[in-house]
Design a protein around this ligand. Structure first.
Ligand code: AMP
Ligand code: MG
Length: 588
C-alpha cells in the first residue's frame, strides 16, 4: 500500500506528537459568534472596511448606551470584602504577606495624552459605553490612571510564579491596577485593569510603566485572539503619551528612550496559577482556601462547593481547559512567548501578551522571544509547558487535598497530554475539512506538517489556501497566485499527500466541495497579527498617526473574511523581506 517514500514519512510521523485518537466531535470554541458574519467566505461586501461601517455585533441601540463616565458603576467592594488587604500603604517595593491585594493608587501617565485606539466591541458590548465617550477628556484621564470612578478602589494583586522553570518568589502586579468589577447589562462581571499605570508594592526594580511598542501589541493581539475565537483577556483602549520611558530592549546595554502608554484591559478574572502558588509556598493555607473558594464560587458555577472533592473537580477543570487553550493556540500557530506560571490564567484564558508571535514558516521550534535563549517556550513546546505549569498548580493545591485526592489529581494530570493531543488532532482535522474519523487522519495531518516544515511553507496561508482552492484545482495542481501552496507543492512527496487527501475528501458522503471550502475558511484565518504588521503600525503610533493601527484592528476583527484593504496592504501576501530581521524580547 505504501511507497518507499511514504514509509519514510510514516517513520517520521511515528516520532511526531500527532497521534490518531478516536474522539467525539467537539465545538472549536464557545465563542464562534465572534466571526459569524454572513458574507464569510466572500470578499467583504463593503469593499472599504471602516470602523464606522461595521455593524456592532451587540446590536445595542446607541441611545441605551452610557454617555457619562460617572454612570459606569465599577466596584471594588467584592474583592476588598472577600480578602484581607495589605496593611501597609504606599507604592514602594516590598515583600507582602497574608493578603491577596494591596491598595495602590495609579501614577497617572503624564500628558499630552492621546487615544490611540479603542475597541468598540469592548466599549459598547462589554462596558455598555457609547464609543463617542472615548473621545472625551474624562475618558482620557480615566483610562490613563488620572481619574478614579466613584466605586473604584485601585488594587495591585499579590502573586508569585515559576519563571523559565524556577520559582521566582513574589512577583505581583508591578505595573497594573485593578479598578474593580463591572456588571454589564447582560449580567456578565468583568474586572477592569490598567496596565502601565505606575509603581505598586510589586514593582521590584521596575518603573511601573509600559512602552507604546508592547502596549500596541497587547491591544491588537488580545482583540485579534478574541476574533479568532480563542479565550483571551480583552482590550478596551490604548492611551499614549510623550512620557519618556527608558528601555534596554535586547538587554545589551543599548538603552533607548521610548514613550509610555496605558492599556485598559478586561478579564472575567485576572487570577493566575501564581496567585495560588505564593499562598501555598508561604504556608498561608487559610488564605489559599479562601481564594480557591472565591474563584470557584465566582467562576466555576458548575462545581458544587459542598462536594468534598470540590478542589479536585476544580483542578480537573483547569487541566482540561488549559489543554484546550493550548490546542487552540497551536491551531493558529500562536506562541505566547513567556509561559511562566504567573502568566497562566486559572480561567484558562490567554493573558499577559508580551513577546508573542504567530509562526510564519512552519517550524515547531519557532521561538518568538529573543530573550528565550534555550527555546523553552517554542511554539511546539507549549503543550509540555502546560503540563509543567499544571504540575505546579497541583503542588500549590496539595495542602488542601487529602493524600487520596493528591493521587487522583496525579492521575488527572496524566490525562492532560492525551486531552491536548486529541484537541489538536480535532483542530487540524477541521483545518483540513475532514469529517468523521478515519484511521489514517493523524498520518495525513502529520505528513502535511512535515512537508510544510521541509518546504518552510507559511502556516497560516497554507491552510487558508487549501480552504480556498477547489478539489478540481488540486487535481490539476493549479494554484494561481497561491504562494504558500506553491511552496508546499515543491516537496517531492506532495503528489503522494495530495492523492491521499483528495481520496479522503472523496469518501465524505453528504459533503460538497463548496461546503468543504466554507467549513475550512471558517477555521483557517486569512489574517493573523504578524510581527511586521504590528511593527509597521507601532512606528506610526509612535509618530502619533493612529490610522494604520485602526485599520489593522478592524481587519483583525474579521480574520476569516477576505478584505480588499487587507489584500492591498499585503496582509495575506508573502511577508516582506525586512520582516525576517524583526526581533521581540521580554522588554516591554
Ligand atoms: P511579565 O513577564 O510581563 O509577565 O512580568 C513579570 C513580572 O514583572 C510581573 O510581576 C510584572 O508586574 C513585573 N513587571 C514587568 N515589567 C515591569 C515594569 N516596567 N515595572 C514594574 N513591574 C514590572
Ligand atoms: Mg505577566
Amino acid at each position: 500500500m505504501w511507497s518507499p517514500n511514504q514509509m519514510l514519512v510514516l517513520a517520521l510521523v511515528a516520532a511526531s506528537s500527532f497521534t490518531s485518537v478516536h474522539v467525539l466531535e467537539f465545538c472549536q470554541s464557545t465563542d464562534r459568534d465572534c466571526h459569524s458574519d454572513d458574507n464569510h467566505d466572500n470578499m467583504a461586501s463593503n469593499s472599504q472596511p471602516s470602523l464606522h461601517t461595521v455593524k456592532s455585533r451587540w446590536n445595542v441601540s446607541v441611545s441605551n448606551l452610557i454617555k457619562d463616565l460617572e454612570q459606569l458603576k465599577v466596584s471594588s467592594k467584592k474583592l476588598i470584602e472577600a480578602f484581607p488587604i495589605d496593611e501597609v500603604n504606599g507604592n514602594f517595593a516590598r515583600s507582602v504577606k497574608n493578603c491577596i491585594f494591596s491598595k495602590s493608587i495609579p501614577t497617572p501617565l503624564r500628558g499630552p495624552l492621546r487615544l490611540a485606539a479603542a475597541s468598540k466591541d469592548v466599549i459598547e458590548g462589554i462596558l455598555d459605553l457609547d464609543v463617542a465617550l472615548t473621545h472625551t477628556n474624562d475618558f482620557l484621564h480615566f483610562a490613563s490612571g488620572d481619574k478614579l470612578l466613584s466605586g473604584s478602589v485601585p488594587l495591585a494583586h499579590r502573586y508569585g510564579g515559576h519563571q523559565f522553570g524556577y520559582w521566582a518568589g513574589q512577583l505581583g502586579d508591578g505595573r497594573a491596577h485593578s479598578l474593580g468589577q463591572y456588571t454589564n447589562r447582560k449580567g456578565e462581571v468583568w474586572e477592569l485593569q490598567l496596565k502601565g499605570s505606575g509603581k505598586t508594592p510589586y514593582s521590584r526594580s521596575g518603573d511601573g510603566r509600559a512602552v507604546i511598542r508592547s502596549s500596541v501589541r497587547e491591544f491588537l493581539c488580545s482583540e485579534a485572539m478574541h476574533f479568532l475565537g480563542i479565550p483571551t483577556s480583552r482590550a478596551a483602549s490604548l492611551i499614549v503619551s510623550d512620557e519618556p520611558v527608558i528601555r534596554d530592549t535586547f538587554y545589551n546595554g543599548n538603552v533607548k528612550t521610548e514613550k509610555g502608554a496605558v492599556v485598559l484591559r478586561l478579564a472575567k478574572s485576572w487570577f493566575r496559577i501564581g496567585s495560588l502558588e505564593i499562598l501555598s509556598r508561604s504556608g498561608e493555607i487559610d488564605l489559599l482556601r479562601k481564594l480557591l473558594n472565591f474563584v470557584i464560587d465566582e467562576h466555576f458555577s458548575s462545581i458544587n462547593s459542598d462536594d468534598p472533592d470540590t478542589y479536585l473537580v476544580f483542578y480537573s477543570t483547569v487541566v482540561n481547559e488549559t489543554a484546550n487553550l493550548i490546542a487552540q493556540w497551536m491551531s493558529v500557530g500562536f506562541a505566547h512567548g513567556v509561559c511562566n506560571t504567573d502568566n497562566f490564567s486559572l480561567l484558562s484564558i490567554t493573558i499577559d501578551y508580551g513577546p508573542f508571535g504567530f509562526m510564519e514558516a512552519y517550524d515547531p521550534g519557532f521561538v518568538p522571544n529573543t530573550s528565550d535563549d534555550e527555546g523553552r517556550y517554542s511554539v511546539g513546546a507549549q503543550a509540555n509547558v502546560g503540563l509543567f505549569n499544571l504540575e505546579k498548580l497541583l503542588n500549590a493545591l496539595s495542602p488542601v487535598l487529602s493524600k487520596h485526592q493528591q493521587n487522583q489529581a496525579q492521575s488527572i494530570l496524566k490525562g492532560y497530554t492525551n486531552i491536548n493531543q486529541m484537541r489538536i488532532h480535532q483542530h487540524f482535522k477541521a483545518k483540513l475539512g475532514l469529517l468523521g474519523e478515519e484511521e489514517d487522519d493523524g498520518y495525513l495531518i502529520a505528513f502535511l506538517l512535515k512537508m510544510m516544515e521541509d518546504t518552510q511553507s507559511d502556516f497560516t496561508m497554507t491552510f487558508r489556501q487549501l480552504s480556498e482552492v477547489s478539489a478540481q484545482q488540486l487535481h490539476n495542481r493549479k494554484f494561481p497566485q497561491m504562494w504558500a501552496l506553491e511552496d508546499l507543492s515543491s516537496h517531492k512527496l506532495f503528489s503522494d499527500w495530495l492523492s491521499m487527501f483528495l481520496l479522503r475528501l472523496s469518501r465524505q458522503l453528504n459533503d460538497s466541495d463548496l461546503q468543504r471550502q466554507h467549513r475550512m475558511k471558517n477555521v483557517n484565518p486569512r489574517y493573523v497579527l504578524r510581527n511586521w504588521m504590528a511593527e509597521s503600525a507601532i512606528s506610526k503610533v509612535e509618530m502619533k498617526d493612529f490610522s494604520e493601527m485602526e485599520l489593522l484592528h478592524h481587519i483583525l476583527s474579521h480574520p476569516y473574511v477576505t478584505q480588499e484593504t487587507a489584500e492591498e496592504l499585503g496582509y495575506a501576501a508573502r511577508p516582506p523581506l525586512w520582516a525576517k530581521r524583526l526581533k521581540v524580547s521580554c522588554s516591554s
